[in-house]
Design a protein around this ligand. Structure first.
Ligand SMILES: [Mg+2]
Length: 371
């Protein structure tokens, strides 16, 4: 099988409701779809979702780089991953979401060429995994109402975004716990909002509400602070923004108390980079949550394939497509049912993409930053 061409589709798909995070409020998914064509008549698909605060990229730079690098894959055999990997590693070293789009499309083609689902190619660790749903920043009343609704829909794990003072957030956590009962798992994600004393104050309160995990409590570049919270927090600590690429993972090795890291395909460079990180983390005794950005069901499917494929994945947070107003994947892809996520038994990522949906949501101004 040889790659014969490449096409790019910059898209902007609005959310039904805004999602408030510590660093921004998101109203849409801005993505770049990539299609790699082959002489075997099958195409592989990938998705880039650059988010400056997380992946360090500007949207326009990702579009520009993909328009240059994707055609350079013409003539390559998708199975020869170690032949074309240096091109991605060198030319897209600072553009992880662009690397992710191409790496995803190549993994998709590999599975289609071999007639095997991507999750089985990676190792086939499990057929399904409990889903997690994220609730953004908001008032106590809004949060409780949304949490109740999500539990009614079947979710058994809820991630609460937190950023306000510890006393305010602990009241919100207590109220959610009272509303959903003891059986629902509660996770916190501060997206770097606190210093060490406030992170520990919130962790103490969260422990009393049975919170199972505290994600990125302190700034990503302050590994000393992360280490101190990880060591002293009664709730297990998870690194997210502090761990981006495979190289960044090595800085966290040996941090006492760090129990988990959140690996996202868009920030690490795609499924092959994520697989390397998940296995390396396993060697260090750290388990992995596979997370996502606000991305479409194509990117979610790629993340879920990694999560279902590799044994050292303990959790997923792959709800980024739930609130989008359109779905370019018209057949196949990640399924969410009764609080669990699974993939159909189809080769590659198994996503059939409707290019009419991409055209209807074309991003006509593919420069600049925001989503
Ligand atoms: Mg996070």
């Amino acid at each position: 099988m040889k790659i014969t061409g490449a096409a790019l589709f910059p898209v902007r798909i609005p959310r039904l409701t805004p999602l408030a995070l510590a660093y921004a409020t998101r109203t849409a998914c801005r993505a770049v779809y990539v299609r790699l064509d082959t002489d075997a008549g099958v195409a592989g698909w990938g998705e880039a979702v650059p988010v400056r605060e997380v992946t360090g990229e500007r949207y326009g730079d990702v579009v520009h780089a993909l328009s240059r690098i994707a055609p350079a894959l013409v003539g390559a055999d998708p199975l020869d991953t170690e032949v074309h990997r240096p091109l991605l590693d060198r030319d897209l070293a600072t553009l992880p979401s662009a690397r992710c789009a191409l790496d995803t499309a190549l993994q998709d083609l590999k599975g289609r060429a071999l007639g095997l689902p991507a999750a089985r190619l990676l190792g086939g660790a499990r057929p399904t995994i409990p889903a997690c749903v994220t609730l953004g920043l908001g008032t106590l009343e809004e949060t409780v109402a949304t949490a109740r609704a999500r539990v009614t829909e079947g979710f058994t794990t809820i991630k609460l975004k937190v950023a306000a003072e510890p006393a305010v957030e602990s009241a919100r956590i207590q109220a959610v716990r009272a509303a959903v009962g003891p059986a629902v798992e509660l996770l916190l994600d501060a997206n770097q909002a606190y210093d060490v004393p406030r992170a520990l104050a919130l962790a103490d309160a969260a422990a009393r509400s049975g919170v199972a995990l505290f994600e990125q409590p302190v700034p990503a570049d302050d590994l000393g602070a992360l280490g101190e919270v990880a060591r002293r927090s009664p709730v297990p600590v998870c690194a997210d923004e502090a761990v981006t690429t495979p190289l960044s993972l090595l800085r966290l090795f040996g941090m006492p108390g760090l129990r988990m890291m959140n690996v996202k395909l868009q920030k690490c460079g795609g499924p092959s980079a994520a697989a390397w990180m998940i296995r390396t983390a396993e060697a260090a005794g750290v388990s992995v949550m596979v997370g996502c950005m606000i991305e479409t069901r194509l990117g979610i499917t790629a993340g879920l394939a990694v999560a279902l494929g590799l044994a050292n994945v303990a959790r997923v947070d792959l709800d980024g497509a739930m609130d989008l107003t359109a779905d370019p994947v018209f057949r196949g892809g990640a399924v969410m049912r009764d609080g669990r996520q699974s993939l159909p038994d189809r080769p590659g990522l198994g996503c059939d993409v409707d290019e009419a949906v991409l055209a209807a949501h074309r991003d006509d101004d593919p420069v600049g930053d925001p989503a």
